[in-house]
Design a protein around this ligand. Structure first.
Ligand SMILES: Nc1ncnc2c1ncn2[C@@H]1O[C@H](COP(=O)(O)OP(=O)(O)O)[C@@H](O)[C@H]1O
Ligand SMILES: [Mg+2]
Length: 252
């Protein structure tokens, strides 16, 4: 399940005929089975890009191809193959027990009983969702809510997972569990993962490659290793700070 974005552009129409180009002609591809860190300062256009890649927003220009499929023609097939988690916004029903929402997803995505059980066991083992699954999201901590959202996005075994700030505001232990979980899913199922995060250690532990955008434009697309070589330091946080300050990368 590869992702190909070509000349992707999104322009928001604001009041008084003003516009904001949130994503400006970016192109990249992500091969099957990779975990890519999708990085950029606040307002860079990360969430907008993820929304276009998941069919929530329609690009003003350019295209997204997911395993050869496009939203215009194959929306339903793409939906079945992709999962998404927004750290800032839950897909779960606020007032009903998490378990009920997961069962709803099971029906919606036609997950077999066997796969459902197997996944639920794994989510309980690695994420501990059994501890809070009978409660509604409104009673959960942020970490628990994120784990529940991860479970919902993976209950139907998608081939691609988009994670938009899944570790934001979460304590170190929950974060570690979420990271272990992401790693396990990628290793065992070869799920392709696009991960947005401001946490440098998320990137260090999970990603081999990075795509950096700033102000709607692509400024780096390559390996962490190459980036560190270009900057002559292994301190990724320092490198990222310098890139954000300059709005460009060295020799990229
Ligand atoms: N619905 C919207 N309407 C108008 N402007 C928006 C909307 N959503 C995001 N923007 C603007 O587009 C830019 C990119 O936003 P976003 O994709 O959320 O960035 P990021 O996720 O990297 O922080 C920002 O300047 C933001 O203010
Ligand atoms: Mg965002």
């Amino acid at each position: 399940m590869s992702i190909v974005a070509e000349h992707l552009t999104k322009i928001y129409r604001l009041k008084k005929r003003q516009t904001k180009t949130a994503v400006n002609d970016i192109s990249f591809s992500v091969p099957t089975g990779e975990i890519v860190g999708f990085i950029g300062p606040n307002g860079a256009g990360k969430s907008t890009t993820i929304k276009m890649m998941t069919g929530i927003l329609i690009p003003d220009n350019g295209s997204i191809t997911i395993d050869g499929l496009q939203f215009k023609k194959n929306r339903k097939e793409i939906m079945l193959k992709t999962g998404v988690v927004f750290g800032q916004k839950s897909v779960l029903c606020w007032d009903i027990p998490v378990l009920d929402t997961l069962k709803l997803f099971k029906d919606m995505y036609r997950v077999s009983d066997a796969v459902y059980r197997e996944n639920m066991d794994m989510f309980s083992e690695i994420l501990g969702i059994n501890e809070f699954i009978k409660q509604p999201p409104r009673l959960l901590s942020l970490g628990q809510r994120m784990k529940a959202d991860l479970a919902a996005s993976l209950i139907y075994d998608p081939d691609i997972l988009f994670l938009d700030e899944p570790t934001i505001g979460i304590d170190v232990l929950s974060k570690e569990r979420i990271r272990d979980f992401i790693q396990k899913i990628n290793k065992e199922r070869h799920t392709t993962i696009i991960l947005t995060t401001h946490d440098v250690s998320d990137i260090e532990t999970l990603c081999e490659k990075m795509i950096i955008i700033d102000n709607g434009s692509l400024i780096y697309n390559g390996t962490l290793k190459a980036l560190k070589t270009n900057y002559n330091t292994t301190d990724l946080e320092e490198i990222i700070k310098e890139i954000y300050r300059n709005g460009e990368t060295k020799d990229a």
